[in-house]
Design a protein around this ligand. Structure first.
Ligand SMILES: N[C@@H](CCC(=O)N[C@@H](CS)C(=O)NCC(=O)O)C(=O)O
Length: 213
């Protein structure tokens, strides 16, 4: 029998990893479709008819035919449909959403893009690297302060805010950012890694398409 969810992406993609991690932590098996960015598969009309931005990830929910894009929006959808990681109250849900927006504004750009420039996936010279080298510690400082004295980003349990932010910080070292001085972040990352169903990148996402086990 096919799995309910079909995740399209590439194993090098942070946003794809976030969605794979949410599914894995939720104990939800998923079929995986590898999209070759190198071969431009994400810009072909067959793919773009399902993912208007021509990006990965794309998540298909076979139970209703929905085709979903934008990793943060997908995380919210999964939280809603699976009844997990979405926050216990309206206040928690609103705060989770604030962290998702903050991540994509302040944290993900310096970390993901520095990593991408260093790996040669994206162009960028010294001025851009310098800008991100200034911005990343500011965002990491905000996060470390927030995590002081708390186990999870929002409320008493793991939420999509944790998953979303972990899906960025797991690439910090590849961007040359050392997290060891941020002791609250480092302890929280260990808590994330100890969760049942946790899968690290690389490894959680296969390098080729595969059906759910
Ligand atoms: N905000 C989007 C970002 C997705 C994204 O940047 N995907 C990259 C791979 S990590 C991609 O598809 N790049 C190819 C392109 O943009 O043409 C999300 O979170 O889903």
């Amino acid at each position: 029998m096919s799995a309910r969810f079909e995740l399209h992406g590439t194993f090098l993609s942070g946003p794809t990893y976030k969605v794979g991690l949410a599914l894995s932590l939720a104990g939800e098996p998923f079929d995986y479709v590898h999209v070759s960015l190198r071969d431009g598969e994400h810009k072909q009309s067959a793919y773009m008819s399902k993912q208007r931005y021509g990006q990965v990830p794309l998540l298909v929910d076979r139970s209703n035919g929905r085709q979903l894009c934008q990793s943060a929006a997908i995380l919210e959808y999964l939280a809603d449909k699976l009844g997990k990681f979405g926050g216990a109250t309206l206040d928690e849900r609103l705060e989770i959403r604030e962290w998702l927006f903050w991540d994509f504004d302040r944290l993900a750009p310096p970390i993901y893009r520095t990593r991408a420039i260093k790996a040669g996936y994206r162009k960028g010279g010294p001025e851009i690297l310098e800008m991100y080298a200034t911005e990343a510690p500011l965002a990491l400082g905000v996060l470390d302060k927030h995590l002081a004295g708390r186990d999870w980003m929002v409320g008493e349990g793991v939420s999509i805010a944790d998953i979303d932010i972990f899906g960025v910080l797991t690439y910090a070292a590849e961007g040359g950012f050392d997290l060891s001085a941020y002791t609250n972040i480092a302890a929280w990352m260990k808590r994330m890694e100890a969760l049942p169903g946790f899968g690290a990148q690389p490894g959680l996402l296969p390098q080729a398409s595969r059906e759910a086990a």
